[in-house]
Write a new protein. Structure first.
Length: 236
């Protein structure tokens, strides 16, 4: 993939593209600069949250990892939401449909998961992995997913070049990340809060059941009036 001519900012420099790797999360290290990106045509051992696999047939999805270096003590658990906003906007621009962020790390369209985010902190860096379903046909999407999956193509039938989508995504991520680094979650809260998939839905998180009541200013999910730091959300 030739991303260079499409890049508009710092993110994506350097851009490491490989045909195949176990996981792009392993292709970035602490001596890479902030904004470095690794992406693959195919991952043979792609990871999701909570030790789950993340799979896509070769050549169909955006599977990319971005290196971030937030200041020490910054609330890095919010980075999934920062990336979620960038992904949701990218999907909206491509489809002309609205997308939602399912706290803490999924992007949804039409109640189906179209993208997932995995933020891993190590050695003073955070590697944010993004898996966005682009050209999978309905048959190629995981059928056993706990949440029904979608791709851009399964939603509108259009096959897309992934490079401009990734360039757009990186540009949006850079803008939202810079705003977050400067002003905290407040700086981008409206974009996230207005796309909250769980608001008003009955959910169960780690054994607690209640109605999704939005996110607080720290990015925690409110279940009723109880703030939840992290966890796995099931719709009831
Ligand atoms: C999830 O839905 O639980 C998160 C999925 C994250 C997948 C991306 S694809 C690029 C990066 N490499 C990985 O192995 N995982 C992330």
């Amino acid at each position: 993939m030739n991303l260079g001519p499409l890049l508009r900012g710092r993110f994506g420099r350097p851009f490491r593209w490989v045909d195949e790797t176990e996981t792009t999360q392993a292709l970035l290290a602490a001596d890479d600069p902030e904004g470095a990106v690794a992406a693959a045509d195919h991952q043979t051992a792609g990871r999701g949250r909570l030790g789950r696999p993340w799979t896509a047939p070769p050549g169909t999805a955006i599977t990319a990892s971005v290196l971030l270096r937030p200041t020490a003590g910054a609330p890095v658990q919010q980075l999934s939401l920062v990336a979620g906003l960038a992904v949701a906007e990218t999907v909206e621009a491509a489809l002309d449909l609205s997308a939602q962020i399912k706290w803490p790390n999924d992007v949804m369209v039409d109640r189906r998961k179209i993208a997932g985010i995995l933020a891993e902190a190590r050695d003073g860096i955070v590697v944010v992995g993004i898996g966005l379903n682009v050209n999978q046909t309905r048959e190629q999407l995981p059928a056993d997913a706990r949440v029904q999956a979608a791709s851009l193509r399964s939603l509108d039938g259009v096959e897309r070049d992934r490079a401009p989508l990734l360039a757009d995504l990186l540009h949006r991520l850079e803008r939202h990340y810079d705003a977050w680094a400067e002003g905290g979650l407040d700086a981008i809260f409206d974009g996230i809060g207005s796309r909250d998939f769980l608001r008003g839905r009955r959910v169960s998180v780690d054994g607690h059941e209640g109605v999704g009541n939005g996110l607080d200013r720290a990015g925690r999910l409110l279940v009723g009036d109880r703030p939840v730091e992290s966890g796995e959300v099931d719709l009831v």
